[in-house]
Design a protein around this ligand. Structure first.
Ligand code: FUB
Ligand code: ZN
Length: 635
Protein backbone atom coordinates (compact mmCIF):
# COMPACT_ATOMS: atom_id res chain seq x y z
CA UNK A 1 0.00 0.00 0.00
CA UNK A 2 2.83 2.40 0.84
CA UNK A 3 4.23 3.83 -2.41
CA UNK A 4 7.22 5.37 -0.69
CA UNK A 5 9.31 5.44 2.44
CA UNK A 6 9.77 8.50 4.55
CA UNK A 7 13.23 9.95 3.95
CA UNK A 8 15.15 10.06 7.25
CA UNK A 9 16.27 13.44 8.50
CA UNK A 10 19.87 12.30 8.33
CA UNK A 11 19.45 12.15 4.53
CA UNK A 12 17.98 15.64 4.19
CA UNK A 13 19.60 19.07 4.37
CA UNK A 14 17.38 22.14 4.60
CA UNK A 15 18.92 25.23 3.01
CA UNK A 16 15.89 27.25 2.19
CA UNK A 17 15.51 31.01 1.87
CA UNK A 18 12.38 30.91 3.98
CA UNK A 19 12.50 27.88 6.29
CA UNK A 20 16.19 27.82 7.22
CA UNK A 21 15.85 31.04 9.19
CA UNK A 22 12.88 29.60 11.03
CA UNK A 23 14.72 26.37 11.80
CA UNK A 24 17.69 28.38 13.06
CA UNK A 25 15.36 30.44 15.24
CA UNK A 26 13.85 27.30 16.71
CA UNK A 27 17.24 25.71 17.30
CA UNK A 28 19.00 28.77 18.73
CA UNK A 29 16.19 30.65 20.45
CA UNK A 30 13.07 28.55 20.88
CA UNK A 31 14.66 25.35 22.23
CA UNK A 32 16.71 27.13 24.94
CA UNK A 33 13.73 29.36 25.77
CA UNK A 34 11.49 26.31 26.17
CA UNK A 35 14.13 24.37 28.14
CA UNK A 36 14.45 27.25 30.60
CA UNK A 37 10.70 27.20 31.14
CA UNK A 38 10.46 23.42 31.51
CA UNK A 39 13.33 23.57 34.03
CA UNK A 40 11.82 26.55 35.89
CA UNK A 41 14.87 28.69 35.18
CA UNK A 42 12.41 31.15 33.76
CA UNK A 43 8.81 31.50 34.79
CA UNK A 44 6.44 33.14 32.34
CA UNK A 45 2.99 32.45 33.72
CA UNK A 46 3.35 29.86 36.45
CA UNK A 47 6.15 27.37 37.05
CA UNK A 48 6.12 24.57 34.50
CA UNK A 49 7.68 22.11 36.96
CA UNK A 50 7.86 19.58 34.13
CA UNK A 51 11.49 18.56 34.63
CA UNK A 52 11.19 18.92 38.39
CA UNK A 53 8.40 16.32 38.31
CA UNK A 54 10.90 13.85 36.82
CA UNK A 55 13.48 14.84 39.43
CA UNK A 56 10.97 14.10 42.18
CA UNK A 57 9.92 10.82 40.58
CA UNK A 58 13.62 9.91 40.32
CA UNK A 59 13.95 10.67 44.06
CA UNK A 60 16.54 13.34 43.43
CA UNK A 61 14.32 16.05 44.84
CA UNK A 62 11.54 16.32 47.36
CA UNK A 63 8.21 17.86 46.52
CA UNK A 64 4.80 17.47 45.00
CA UNK A 65 3.89 16.89 41.38
CA UNK A 66 2.75 20.11 39.72
CA UNK A 67 1.12 20.84 36.40
CA UNK A 68 -1.29 19.11 34.07
CA UNK A 69 -1.78 15.37 34.24
CA UNK A 70 0.07 15.32 30.90
CA UNK A 71 2.91 17.64 31.96
CA UNK A 72 5.46 14.91 31.07
CA UNK A 73 4.53 15.28 27.41
CA UNK A 74 6.04 18.80 27.33
CA UNK A 75 9.40 17.30 28.24
CA UNK A 76 8.99 14.48 25.73
CA UNK A 77 8.15 16.84 22.88
CA UNK A 78 11.09 19.06 23.77
CA UNK A 79 13.38 16.01 23.75
CA UNK A 80 12.07 15.02 20.36
CA UNK A 81 12.59 18.52 19.00
CA UNK A 82 16.08 18.74 20.51
CA UNK A 83 16.92 15.39 18.90
CA UNK A 84 15.89 16.77 15.52
CA UNK A 85 18.15 19.75 16.20
CA UNK A 86 21.02 17.31 16.76
CA UNK A 87 20.19 15.58 13.51
CA UNK A 88 20.45 18.92 11.74
CA UNK A 89 23.70 19.90 13.38
CA UNK A 90 25.91 18.28 16.05
CA UNK A 91 25.93 20.20 19.31
CA UNK A 92 27.83 18.77 22.27
CA UNK A 93 26.17 21.00 24.86
CA UNK A 94 22.69 20.12 23.64
CA UNK A 95 23.63 16.46 23.47
CA UNK A 96 24.75 16.56 27.12
CA UNK A 97 21.64 18.50 28.13
CA UNK A 98 19.43 15.85 26.51
CA UNK A 99 21.39 13.06 28.18
CA UNK A 100 20.91 14.63 31.59
CA UNK A 101 17.14 14.68 31.13
CA UNK A 102 17.21 11.10 29.86
CA UNK A 103 19.17 10.12 32.96
CA UNK A 104 16.36 11.51 35.11
CA UNK A 105 13.70 9.72 33.10
CA UNK A 106 15.64 6.50 33.45
CA UNK A 107 15.76 6.91 37.22
CA UNK A 108 12.08 7.82 37.29
CA UNK A 109 11.11 4.65 35.43
CA UNK A 110 9.69 1.88 37.55
CA UNK A 111 10.91 -1.70 37.49
CA UNK A 112 8.08 -2.89 35.25
CA UNK A 113 8.79 -0.15 32.70
CA UNK A 114 6.09 2.27 33.85
CA UNK A 115 7.12 5.87 33.44
CA UNK A 116 4.80 8.73 34.26
CA UNK A 117 5.55 11.29 36.93
CA UNK A 118 1.95 12.18 37.78
CA UNK A 119 1.06 8.62 38.72
CA UNK A 120 4.43 7.87 40.26
CA UNK A 121 4.50 10.91 42.50
CA UNK A 122 0.92 11.97 43.01
CA UNK A 123 -1.49 9.12 42.44
CA UNK A 124 0.21 5.71 42.41
CA UNK A 125 -3.06 3.99 43.32
CA UNK A 126 -4.77 5.42 40.23
CA UNK A 127 -2.42 3.93 37.63
CA UNK A 128 -4.33 2.62 34.60
CA UNK A 129 -7.69 3.33 36.25
CA UNK A 130 -8.94 5.98 33.86
CA UNK A 131 -7.55 5.63 30.36
CA UNK A 132 -10.16 8.06 29.14
CA UNK A 133 -8.88 11.12 30.95
CA UNK A 134 -5.54 10.30 32.50
CA UNK A 135 -3.26 10.61 29.47
CA UNK A 136 -0.84 7.86 30.55
CA UNK A 137 -0.74 6.36 27.07
CA UNK A 138 -0.60 9.82 25.51
CA UNK A 139 2.45 10.81 27.57
CA UNK A 140 4.13 7.52 26.84
CA UNK A 141 3.41 7.97 23.13
CA UNK A 142 5.22 11.28 23.15
CA UNK A 143 8.13 9.76 25.06
CA UNK A 144 8.30 6.97 22.49
CA UNK A 145 8.42 9.49 19.66
CA UNK A 146 11.26 11.23 21.47
CA UNK A 147 13.09 7.93 21.90
CA UNK A 148 12.77 7.14 18.20
CA UNK A 149 13.93 10.61 17.15
CA UNK A 150 16.81 10.51 19.61
CA UNK A 151 18.15 7.17 18.48
CA UNK A 152 17.90 8.13 14.82
CA UNK A 153 19.72 11.39 15.48
CA UNK A 154 22.46 10.09 17.75
CA UNK A 155 22.64 6.31 17.29
CA UNK A 156 22.43 6.15 21.07
CA UNK A 157 19.97 3.88 22.84
CA UNK A 158 19.62 5.45 26.25
CA UNK A 159 16.14 6.87 25.62
CA UNK A 160 15.12 4.13 23.21
CA UNK A 161 15.81 1.47 25.85
CA UNK A 162 13.61 3.31 28.34
CA UNK A 163 10.71 3.64 25.93
CA UNK A 164 11.04 0.05 24.75
CA UNK A 165 10.75 -1.13 28.35
CA UNK A 166 7.66 1.04 28.76
CA UNK A 167 6.17 -0.04 25.44
CA UNK A 168 6.81 -3.70 26.28
CA UNK A 169 4.87 -3.23 29.49
CA UNK A 170 1.97 -1.70 27.53
CA UNK A 171 2.07 -4.56 25.03
CA UNK A 172 2.04 -7.10 27.85
CA UNK A 173 -0.92 -5.37 29.43
CA UNK A 174 -3.26 -4.45 26.58
CA UNK A 175 -4.51 -6.45 23.65
CA UNK A 176 -6.75 -9.33 22.64
CA UNK A 177 -7.05 -11.78 25.51
CA UNK A 178 -5.39 -9.31 27.88
CA UNK A 179 -6.75 -6.21 29.59
CA UNK A 180 -9.15 -4.25 27.43
CA UNK A 181 -8.14 -0.64 26.90
CA UNK A 182 -8.41 2.35 24.60
CA UNK A 183 -6.64 5.65 25.21
CA UNK A 184 -8.82 8.72 25.67
CA UNK A 185 -6.28 10.86 23.82
CA UNK A 186 -4.79 9.17 20.81
CA UNK A 187 -1.02 9.33 20.35
CA UNK A 188 0.32 5.96 21.53
CA UNK A 189 -0.87 4.40 18.27
CA UNK A 190 1.26 6.45 15.91
CA UNK A 191 4.16 6.30 18.38
CA UNK A 192 4.09 2.50 18.55
CA UNK A 193 4.11 2.37 14.76
CA UNK A 194 7.20 4.58 14.70
CA UNK A 195 8.79 2.35 17.32
CA UNK A 196 7.92 -0.71 15.28
CA UNK A 197 9.73 0.75 12.30
CA UNK A 198 12.98 1.34 14.17
CA UNK A 199 12.95 -1.90 16.18
CA UNK A 200 11.09 -4.28 13.86
CA UNK A 201 9.27 -5.66 16.91
CA UNK A 202 5.92 -7.10 15.88
CA UNK A 203 4.34 -6.51 19.31
CA UNK A 204 4.46 -2.76 18.73
CA UNK A 205 2.62 -3.04 15.44
CA UNK A 206 0.07 -5.44 16.92
CA UNK A 207 -0.63 -3.23 19.93
CA UNK A 208 -0.95 -0.12 17.77
CA UNK A 209 -3.44 -2.02 15.62
CA UNK A 210 -5.29 -3.19 18.72
CA UNK A 211 -5.69 0.36 20.08
CA UNK A 212 -6.88 1.62 16.68
CA UNK A 213 -9.33 -1.21 16.07
CA UNK A 214 -10.69 -1.44 19.60
CA UNK A 215 -11.76 2.23 19.52
CA UNK A 216 -15.46 2.65 19.00
CA UNK A 217 -16.36 -1.00 19.51
CA UNK A 218 -19.39 -1.86 21.61
CA UNK A 219 -19.75 -2.05 24.52
CA UNK A 220 -18.03 1.27 25.04
CA UNK A 221 -14.73 0.76 26.78
CA UNK A 222 -14.93 4.18 28.40
CA UNK A 223 -18.34 3.49 29.85
CA UNK A 224 -17.19 0.08 31.08
CA UNK A 225 -14.25 1.75 32.75
CA UNK A 226 -16.49 4.35 34.32
CA UNK A 227 -18.83 1.74 35.71
CA UNK A 228 -15.98 -0.43 36.95
CA UNK A 229 -14.37 2.26 39.02
CA UNK A 230 -17.59 3.97 40.00
CA UNK A 231 -15.76 7.26 39.74
CA UNK A 232 -17.56 10.47 39.85
CA UNK A 233 -16.88 10.93 36.16
CA UNK A 234 -19.14 12.58 33.69
CA UNK A 235 -20.66 10.31 31.06
CA UNK A 236 -18.51 9.78 28.01
CA UNK A 237 -18.94 12.00 25.01
CA UNK A 238 -17.89 9.33 22.57
CA UNK A 239 -17.57 11.72 19.63
CA UNK A 240 -15.12 13.84 21.60
CA UNK A 241 -12.82 10.80 21.73
CA UNK A 242 -13.64 9.56 18.20
CA UNK A 243 -15.00 6.42 19.89
CA UNK A 244 -18.60 6.77 18.68
CA UNK A 245 -18.03 4.22 15.90
CA UNK A 246 -15.39 1.67 14.97
CA UNK A 247 -12.76 3.59 13.04
CA UNK A 248 -13.51 2.02 9.65
CA UNK A 249 -17.08 3.29 9.89
CA UNK A 250 -16.13 6.87 10.65
CA UNK A 251 -16.72 9.29 7.79
CA UNK A 252 -17.06 12.59 9.59
CA UNK A 253 -14.34 14.38 11.55
CA UNK A 254 -15.76 14.91 15.03
CA UNK A 255 -14.70 15.70 18.54
CA UNK A 256 -11.45 17.04 19.89
CA UNK A 257 -9.48 18.08 16.84
CA UNK A 258 -5.96 17.19 18.03
CA UNK A 259 -7.09 13.75 19.16
CA UNK A 260 -8.79 13.25 15.80
CA UNK A 261 -5.67 14.19 13.85
CA UNK A 262 -3.42 11.88 15.86
CA UNK A 263 -5.88 9.04 15.35
CA UNK A 264 -6.21 9.61 11.61
CA UNK A 265 -2.42 9.83 11.26
CA UNK A 266 -2.12 6.47 13.01
CA UNK A 267 -4.87 4.94 10.87
CA UNK A 268 -3.09 6.08 7.71
CA UNK A 269 0.21 4.77 9.01
CA UNK A 270 -1.25 1.40 9.91
CA UNK A 271 -2.95 1.06 6.54
CA UNK A 272 0.33 1.93 4.81
CA UNK A 273 2.21 -0.58 6.91
CA UNK A 274 -0.23 -3.45 6.51
CA UNK A 275 -1.87 -2.69 3.16
CA UNK A 276 -5.26 -2.38 4.83
CA UNK A 277 -7.47 -0.89 2.12
CA UNK A 278 -10.59 -0.43 4.25
CA UNK A 279 -8.66 1.59 6.79
CA UNK A 280 -7.21 3.74 4.02
CA UNK A 281 -10.71 4.32 2.63
CA UNK A 282 -11.83 5.53 6.06
CA UNK A 283 -8.86 7.91 6.12
CA UNK A 284 -9.84 9.26 2.71
CA UNK A 285 -13.44 9.77 3.76
CA UNK A 286 -12.35 11.66 6.86
CA UNK A 287 -9.91 13.77 4.89
CA UNK A 288 -12.56 14.57 2.27
CA UNK A 289 -14.97 15.56 5.00
CA UNK A 290 -12.46 17.99 6.49
CA UNK A 291 -11.48 19.47 3.15
CA UNK A 292 -15.07 19.85 2.05
CA UNK A 293 -16.59 21.41 5.11
CA UNK A 294 -14.51 21.58 8.27
CA UNK A 295 -11.30 23.49 7.71
CA UNK A 296 -10.56 27.20 7.91
CA UNK A 297 -8.87 28.77 4.93
CA UNK A 298 -5.76 29.11 7.11
CA UNK A 299 -5.77 25.35 7.71
CA UNK A 300 -7.24 25.81 11.21
CA UNK A 301 -9.15 22.79 12.55
CA UNK A 302 -11.73 22.82 15.29
CA UNK A 303 -14.28 25.61 15.40
CA UNK A 304 -15.12 25.68 19.05
CA UNK A 305 -13.50 26.17 22.38
CA UNK A 306 -16.03 23.71 23.84
CA UNK A 307 -14.15 20.44 23.75
CA UNK A 308 -11.52 22.06 21.47
CA UNK A 309 -13.53 20.37 18.81
CA UNK A 310 -14.94 20.10 15.35
CA UNK A 311 -18.53 21.29 14.97
CA UNK A 312 -21.08 20.61 12.20
CA UNK A 313 -20.15 21.12 8.57
CA UNK A 314 -19.61 24.73 7.46
CA UNK A 315 -19.63 26.10 10.99
CA UNK A 316 -16.43 28.12 10.69
CA UNK A 317 -16.78 31.29 12.76
CA UNK A 318 -13.76 33.54 12.31
CA UNK A 319 -13.82 35.42 15.60
CA UNK A 320 -14.40 32.50 17.97
CA UNK A 321 -12.33 29.97 16.02
CA UNK A 322 -10.30 27.52 18.06
CA UNK A 323 -7.96 26.25 15.32
CA UNK A 324 -5.44 24.92 17.83
CA UNK A 325 -1.87 24.98 16.62
CA UNK A 326 -1.47 21.30 17.63
CA UNK A 327 -4.40 20.29 15.43
CA UNK A 328 -2.70 21.71 12.36
CA UNK A 329 0.52 19.99 13.37
CA UNK A 330 -1.46 16.76 13.69
CA UNK A 331 -2.89 17.36 10.23
CA UNK A 332 0.67 17.50 8.89
CA UNK A 333 1.28 14.07 10.45
CA UNK A 334 -1.87 12.78 8.77
CA UNK A 335 -1.21 14.43 5.40
CA UNK A 336 2.37 13.18 5.21
CA UNK A 337 1.25 9.62 5.84
CA UNK A 338 -1.51 9.96 3.23
CA UNK A 339 1.04 11.23 0.72
CA UNK A 340 3.24 8.23 1.41
CA UNK A 341 0.37 6.01 0.37
CA UNK A 342 -0.83 8.03 -2.60
CA UNK A 343 0.81 11.24 -3.81
CA UNK A 344 -2.02 13.67 -4.45
CA UNK A 345 -1.61 17.35 -5.19
CA UNK A 346 -4.50 18.33 -2.96
CA UNK A 347 -2.85 16.63 0.01
CA UNK A 348 0.51 18.29 -0.65
CA UNK A 349 -1.39 21.59 -1.00
CA UNK A 350 -3.00 20.87 2.35
CA UNK A 351 0.41 20.37 3.91
CA UNK A 352 1.46 23.75 2.54
CA UNK A 353 -1.72 25.38 3.79
CA UNK A 354 -0.98 24.14 7.29
CA UNK A 355 2.70 25.00 7.30
CA UNK A 356 2.55 28.49 5.82
CA UNK A 357 -0.53 29.61 7.70
CA UNK A 358 -2.07 28.18 10.86
CA UNK A 359 1.15 26.55 12.05
CA UNK A 360 3.53 29.45 11.51
CA UNK A 361 1.01 31.82 13.05
CA UNK A 362 1.53 29.81 16.24
CA UNK A 363 4.94 31.32 16.83
CA UNK A 364 6.05 34.92 17.27
CA UNK A 365 8.69 35.98 14.76
CA UNK A 366 11.19 36.33 17.62
CA UNK A 367 10.48 32.77 18.81
CA UNK A 368 9.43 33.60 22.36
CA UNK A 369 5.64 33.72 22.24
CA UNK A 370 3.08 31.25 21.03
CA UNK A 371 -0.53 31.05 19.97
CA UNK A 372 -2.58 28.06 21.04
CA UNK A 373 -5.80 29.37 19.46
CA UNK A 374 -5.55 30.88 15.98
CA UNK A 375 -8.49 33.17 15.20
CA UNK A 376 -9.18 34.66 11.78
CA UNK A 377 -10.63 37.83 13.20
CA UNK A 378 -9.61 39.77 16.28
CA UNK A 379 -11.06 42.87 17.84
CA UNK A 380 -9.07 43.52 21.01
CA UNK A 381 -11.98 44.88 23.03
CA UNK A 382 -14.01 41.73 22.27
CA UNK A 383 -11.42 38.97 21.75
CA UNK A 384 -10.31 37.58 25.08
CA UNK A 385 -13.03 39.65 26.79
CA UNK A 386 -16.58 38.84 25.70
CA UNK A 387 -17.93 35.57 27.10
CA UNK A 388 -17.80 33.52 23.89
CA UNK A 389 -14.42 35.01 22.98
CA UNK A 390 -12.49 34.47 26.21
CA UNK A 391 -10.20 31.86 24.62
CA UNK A 392 -9.15 34.16 21.76
CA UNK A 393 -6.01 35.96 22.83
CA UNK A 394 -5.26 39.06 20.76
CA UNK A 395 -1.50 38.59 21.26
CA UNK A 396 0.73 35.56 21.66
CA UNK A 397 1.46 34.79 25.32
CA UNK A 398 4.99 33.80 26.39
CA UNK A 399 3.76 30.41 27.59
CA UNK A 400 0.58 28.50 28.44
CA UNK A 401 -0.47 26.56 31.51
CA UNK A 402 -1.47 23.85 29.06
CA UNK A 403 1.71 24.04 26.99
CA UNK A 404 1.06 21.43 24.33
CA UNK A 405 1.54 23.74 21.34
CA UNK A 406 4.95 25.40 21.83
CA UNK A 407 7.08 22.23 21.95
CA UNK A 408 4.90 20.68 19.25
CA UNK A 409 5.86 23.60 17.00
CA UNK A 410 9.52 23.00 17.75
CA UNK A 411 9.41 19.34 16.84
CA UNK A 412 7.49 19.94 13.64
CA UNK A 413 9.65 22.80 12.37
CA UNK A 414 12.92 21.04 13.11
CA UNK A 415 11.73 17.89 11.33
CA UNK A 416 10.37 19.71 8.30
CA UNK A 417 12.79 17.88 6.03
CA UNK A 418 10.75 14.71 6.57
CA UNK A 419 7.73 16.30 4.93
CA UNK A 420 9.40 17.44 1.74
CA UNK A 421 10.56 14.18 0.22
CA UNK A 422 9.46 10.61 -0.34
CA UNK A 423 11.41 7.66 -1.67
CA UNK A 424 9.64 4.99 -3.73
CA UNK A 425 11.08 1.88 -5.37
CA UNK A 426 12.12 3.79 -8.45
CA UNK A 427 10.55 7.19 -7.88
CA UNK A 428 11.77 10.18 -5.92
CA UNK A 429 8.94 12.39 -4.71
CA UNK A 430 9.30 16.11 -4.02
CA UNK A 431 6.15 16.92 -2.06
CA UNK A 432 7.19 20.39 -0.92
CA UNK A 433 9.40 22.94 -2.60
CA UNK A 434 11.99 23.04 0.14
CA UNK A 435 15.46 24.34 -0.61
CA UNK A 436 18.36 22.05 0.29
CA UNK A 437 19.14 18.50 -0.71
CA UNK A 438 18.29 14.91 -0.04
CA UNK A 439 19.84 11.52 -0.70
CA UNK A 440 17.91 8.58 -2.05
CA UNK A 441 18.52 5.00 -2.89
CA UNK A 442 16.73 4.42 -6.19
CA UNK A 443 18.75 2.91 -9.03
CA UNK A 444 21.79 3.36 -6.78
CA UNK A 445 22.46 6.45 -4.76
CA UNK A 446 20.88 9.63 -6.08
CA UNK A 447 21.38 13.12 -4.68
CA UNK A 448 18.79 15.77 -5.42
CA UNK A 449 19.39 19.42 -4.64
CA UNK A 450 16.64 22.00 -4.61
CA UNK A 451 16.86 25.77 -4.90
CA UNK A 452 13.57 27.39 -4.12
CA UNK A 453 12.25 30.93 -3.97
CA UNK A 454 8.99 29.78 -2.46
CA UNK A 455 6.71 31.05 -0.96
CA UNK A 456 7.35 34.56 -2.31
CA UNK A 457 8.15 33.49 -5.89
CA UNK A 458 7.04 30.52 -7.96
CA UNK A 459 10.47 29.37 -9.12
CA UNK A 460 12.26 26.20 -8.13
CA UNK A 461 15.16 24.25 -9.56
CA UNK A 462 16.04 20.61 -8.88
CA UNK A 463 19.54 19.32 -9.69
CA UNK A 464 19.84 15.57 -9.93
CA UNK A 465 23.08 13.69 -9.36
CA UNK A 466 22.91 9.91 -9.69
CA UNK A 467 25.97 7.95 -8.60
CA UNK A 468 25.45 5.79 -11.68
CA UNK A 469 25.55 7.80 -14.92
CA UNK A 470 22.42 7.21 -16.97
CA UNK A 471 20.49 5.61 -14.08
CA UNK A 472 16.81 5.29 -14.96
CA UNK A 473 14.28 6.41 -12.41
CA UNK A 474 11.39 8.79 -12.04
CA UNK A 475 11.33 12.19 -10.36
CA UNK A 476 7.84 13.22 -9.26
CA UNK A 477 7.48 16.89 -8.39
CA UNK A 478 4.40 18.42 -6.83
CA UNK A 479 3.16 21.52 -8.63
CA UNK A 480 1.32 23.57 -5.99
CA UNK A 481 -2.17 24.49 -7.14
CA UNK A 482 -1.51 28.17 -6.41
CA UNK A 483 1.09 28.28 -9.23
CA UNK A 484 -0.15 29.51 -12.61
CA UNK A 485 1.29 29.40 -16.14
CA UNK A 486 4.07 27.11 -15.03
CA UNK A 487 6.64 26.19 -17.57
CA UNK A 488 9.08 23.40 -17.14
CA UNK A 489 12.69 23.30 -18.27
CA UNK A 490 14.79 20.16 -18.47
CA UNK A 491 18.44 21.16 -18.72
CA UNK A 492 17.24 24.53 -19.98
CA UNK A 493 14.87 23.13 -22.65
CA UNK A 494 11.14 23.67 -22.26
CA UNK A 495 9.23 20.40 -21.95
CA UNK A 496 5.76 19.16 -20.98
CA UNK A 497 5.93 16.67 -18.12
CA UNK A 498 3.32 13.96 -17.58
CA UNK A 499 1.01 15.44 -14.95
CA UNK A 500 -1.04 13.23 -12.69
CA UNK A 501 -2.91 14.33 -9.57
CA UNK A 502 -0.89 17.52 -9.21
CA UNK A 503 2.50 15.82 -9.65
CA UNK A 504 4.79 15.94 -12.70
CA UNK A 505 6.37 12.55 -13.38
CA UNK A 506 9.70 12.76 -15.18
CA UNK A 507 10.92 9.27 -15.99
CA UNK A 508 14.23 9.06 -17.84
CA UNK A 509 17.90 8.19 -17.74
CA UNK A 510 19.52 10.81 -15.52
CA UNK A 511 22.99 12.25 -15.69
CA UNK A 512 24.97 14.10 -13.07
CA UNK A 513 23.95 17.74 -12.94
CA UNK A 514 20.67 17.37 -14.85
CA UNK A 515 18.29 20.14 -13.87
CA UNK A 516 14.52 20.46 -13.76
CA UNK A 517 13.37 24.02 -13.37
CA UNK A 518 9.83 25.26 -12.87
CA UNK A 519 9.04 28.88 -13.43
CA UNK A 520 5.51 29.85 -12.54
CA UNK A 521 3.47 32.87 -11.60
CA UNK A 522 2.01 33.34 -8.16
CA UNK A 523 -0.93 35.61 -8.85
CA UNK A 524 -2.98 37.03 -6.02
CA UNK A 525 -5.99 34.75 -5.68
CA UNK A 526 -9.32 35.93 -4.34
CA UNK A 527 -10.95 33.07 -2.49
CA UNK A 528 -14.63 32.79 -1.66
CA UNK A 529 -16.26 30.44 0.80
CA UNK A 530 -19.03 28.08 -0.10
CA UNK A 531 -22.17 30.08 0.72
CA UNK A 532 -23.07 27.42 3.23
CA UNK A 533 -20.47 29.08 5.50
CA UNK A 534 -22.80 31.78 6.78
CA UNK A 535 -20.14 34.06 8.26
CA UNK A 536 -18.20 34.45 5.03
CA UNK A 537 -20.99 35.44 2.66
CA UNK A 538 -20.01 38.60 0.83
CA UNK A 539 -16.40 38.30 1.97
CA UNK A 540 -13.21 37.42 0.15
CA UNK A 541 -9.82 36.28 1.31
CA UNK A 542 -6.50 36.80 -0.43
CA UNK A 543 -3.93 34.14 -1.09
CA UNK A 544 -0.64 34.42 -2.93
CA UNK A 545 1.43 31.28 -3.28
CA UNK A 546 0.56 29.17 -0.27
CA UNK A 547 0.29 32.23 1.98
CA UNK A 548 -3.04 33.57 3.21
CA UNK A 549 -3.15 37.30 3.86
CA UNK A 550 -4.89 39.38 6.51
CA UNK A 551 -5.48 43.00 7.41
CA UNK A 552 -4.03 44.50 10.56
CA UNK A 553 -5.10 47.65 12.29
CA UNK A 554 -1.58 49.08 12.38
CA UNK A 555 -1.56 49.23 8.57
CA UNK A 556 -5.16 50.21 8.01
CA UNK A 557 -6.70 51.63 11.20
CA UNK A 558 -9.88 50.32 12.78
CA UNK A 559 -12.55 49.23 12.26
CA UNK A 560 -11.29 46.77 9.66
CA UNK A 561 -14.88 45.74 8.98
CA UNK A 562 -15.36 49.16 7.39
CA UNK A 563 -12.92 48.34 4.59
CA UNK A 564 -13.98 46.96 1.22
CA UNK A 565 -12.00 45.40 -1.60
CA UNK A 566 -13.75 46.44 -4.81
CA UNK A 567 -14.26 43.54 -7.22
CA UNK A 568 -12.21 45.26 -9.93
CA UNK A 569 -9.42 46.64 -7.70
CA UNK A 570 -5.95 45.80 -8.84
CA UNK A 571 -3.95 44.25 -6.08
CA UNK A 572 -0.30 45.24 -5.90
CA UNK A 573 2.43 42.93 -4.62
CA UNK A 574 5.15 44.68 -2.61
CA UNK A 575 8.19 43.61 -0.70
CA UNK A 576 8.32 44.85 2.89
CA UNK A 577 11.65 46.61 3.41
CA UNK A 578 11.81 47.26 7.11
CA UNK A 579 10.43 46.43 10.52
CA UNK A 580 9.48 43.07 11.96
CA UNK A 581 8.08 41.80 8.65
CA UNK A 582 11.14 42.73 6.58
CA UNK A 583 11.57 40.54 3.49
CA UNK A 584 7.94 39.42 3.38
CA UNK A 585 5.42 40.24 0.71
CA UNK A 586 2.52 42.63 1.32
CA UNK A 587 -0.54 43.21 -0.84
CA UNK A 588 -1.93 46.69 -1.40
CA UNK A 589 -4.92 48.13 -3.22
CA UNK A 590 -7.02 51.22 -3.60
CA UNK A 591 -10.07 50.26 -1.64
CA UNK A 592 -13.00 51.79 0.11
CA UNK A 593 -13.58 52.74 3.70
CA UNK A 594 -17.16 53.19 4.83
CA UNK A 595 -18.02 55.50 7.66
CA UNK A 596 -21.28 54.99 9.46
CA UNK A 597 -23.48 57.36 11.36
CA UNK A 598 -22.59 57.88 15.01
CA UNK A 599 -25.53 56.07 16.69
CA UNK A 600 -25.80 52.30 17.00
CA UNK A 601 -28.46 52.17 14.27
CA UNK A 602 -29.28 54.66 11.57
CA UNK A 603 -31.37 54.98 8.46
CA UNK A 604 -28.44 56.55 6.68
CA UNK A 605 -26.27 54.27 4.61
CA UNK A 606 -22.56 54.45 5.55
CA UNK A 607 -20.64 56.83 3.32
CA UNK A 608 -17.84 55.40 1.19
CA UNK A 609 -14.43 57.07 0.85
CA UNK A 610 -11.37 55.90 -1.07
CA UNK A 611 -8.78 54.24 1.15
CA UNK A 612 -5.41 52.60 0.61
CA UNK A 613 -5.48 49.11 2.08
CA UNK A 614 -2.59 46.82 2.95
CA UNK A 615 -2.61 43.12 3.75
CA UNK A 616 0.23 41.11 5.28
CA UNK A 617 0.83 37.36 5.59
CA UNK A 618 -1.52 35.87 8.14
CA UNK A 619 1.28 33.94 9.81
CA UNK A 620 2.99 37.23 10.68
CA UNK A 621 0.05 38.95 12.34
CA UNK A 622 0.40 40.11 15.93
CA UNK A 623 4.08 40.95 15.59
CA UNK A 624 3.68 44.74 15.70
CA UNK A 625 1.31 46.89 17.71
CA UNK A 626 -1.72 45.15 19.15
CA UNK A 627 -4.91 45.81 17.27
CA UNK A 628 -7.60 44.39 15.05
CA UNK A 629 -6.91 41.66 12.53
CA UNK A 630 -9.11 40.02 9.92
CA UNK A 631 -8.62 37.50 7.17
CA UNK A 632 -11.96 37.74 5.38
CA UNK A 633 -12.58 41.14 3.81
CA UNK A 634 -15.79 42.64 2.49
CA UNK A 635 -15.86 42.81 -1.24
O1 FUB B 1 -4.87 16.83 26.25
C1 FUB B 1 -3.54 17.07 25.84
C2 FUB B 1 -3.48 18.30 24.98
O2 FUB B 1 -3.90 19.43 25.74
C3 FUB B 1 -4.41 18.30 23.79
O3 FUB B 1 -3.89 17.69 22.68
C4 FUB B 1 -4.64 19.74 23.59
O4 FUB B 1 -5.75 20.00 22.79
C5 FUB B 1 -4.79 20.23 24.99
O5 FUB B 1 -6.09 20.01 25.45
ZN1 ZN C 1 -1.71 22.40 21.54
Amino acid sequence: MRTQQNVPLSAVRVEDGFWSNIQTLVRDVVLPYQADILEDKSVVTEKSHAVENFRIAAREAEGEFQGMVFQDSDVAKWLEAASYALALQPDEALNAHIDEIIRLIDKAQQADGYVNTYFTVKAPDKKWTNLRDNHELYCLGHMIEAGVAHTLATNKHNLLDIVCRAADMVCRRFGPGKTRGVPGHEEIELALLRLYRVTGKQDYLDTARYFIEERGKQPSFFEEERARHAYDLRATNEEYHQSHLPVREQTEAVGHSVRAMYLYAAMADLSAETGDASLYEACRALLDNILESKMYVTGGLGSTFHGEAFTPAYDLPNDTAYAETCASIGMCFFARRMLEIKPEGRVADLLERQLFNNILAGIQLDGTRFFYVNPLEVIPSISGAAPAHKHVQPQRPGWHACACCPPNLSRLILSLGRYAWGSGDRTIYAHLWLGGSAQFSVAGRVDVACESQYPWNGAVCYTISPAMEGARFCLAIHLPSCCRNAYWLLNGEVFEPDMKDGYAYIDRAWHKGDTVKIISELPVLRLYSNLAVPRNAGLTCLQRGPVIFCLEECDNSAPLAALRLPPDAEIGVEKIHDGALKGMTALTWEGVREISDTGLYSERHPIAYPAKVKAIPYFAWGNREAGEMRVWVRE
